[in-house]
Design a protein around this ligand. Sequence first.
Ligand SMILES: N[C@@H](CCC(=O)N[C@@H](CS)C(=O)NCC(=O)O)C(=O)O
Length: 208
Amino acid sequence: MIKLYGSNRSRALRNLWCLKELGVDYERDDRDHVSGEIKTDAYLAINPSGKVPSMTDHTGGGDVEMFECLAINLYLAMTYGKGTLWPDGAVSQADCLQWSMFSATEVEPHTVGALMERIFKPESMRDEAAALKHLEQLPRAFTVLEGVLGKQSYLCGKAFTIADLNVACVAASLHMVQFDFLAFPKVSAWLGACSGRPANQDVVAGNA
Ligand SMILES: N[C@@H](CCC(=O)N[C@@H](CS)C(=O)NCC(=O)O)C(=O)O
């Protein structure tokens, strides 16, 4: 059985979306990352960085322990989503890795940076100039996405894959800081289509 660690207030939501897309059974351990529950020795043995999410998978006697939400999603897609979330063929599979790394390195540092400065830091510590600096970096990445999505419906072609999920779950947080998608109509429509999928809507509604 798969076990996912992390509350609905954390990046575990990204893995829940993936699990729901795949329709596989899983257990939850919804420990909160603002408590000491993720710094215990038992938990640190699973995730030495003391963060959530983490995932274990003992299906069929296996012994998988993982952290890093986007890598967990890649594992889940590779293992349980062959031919759907994990497309056939080395080129499409490499594309999934490319977009997941793009999400983690070109998009997420700036989404998180902006969210920290506008929402998550205590009000007295927020820095609007730093938030704007992060937001100013994003058009470069979104111009890349706009170009690809101008030619095809999804990042790897005609079908929704883990590439879309791993980029959309990061980009979607920008709605919390009122990022203006006006200059990126293709990205905006694609993000709406990804976020509106029943699996994600289920997670957003708290049914996970
Ligand atoms: N790169 C990690 C980041 C994980 C992360 O920062 N998780 C937050 C919750 S969303 C956390 O556990 N924070 C607690 C801490 O930093 O001590 C991932 O993408 O999974």
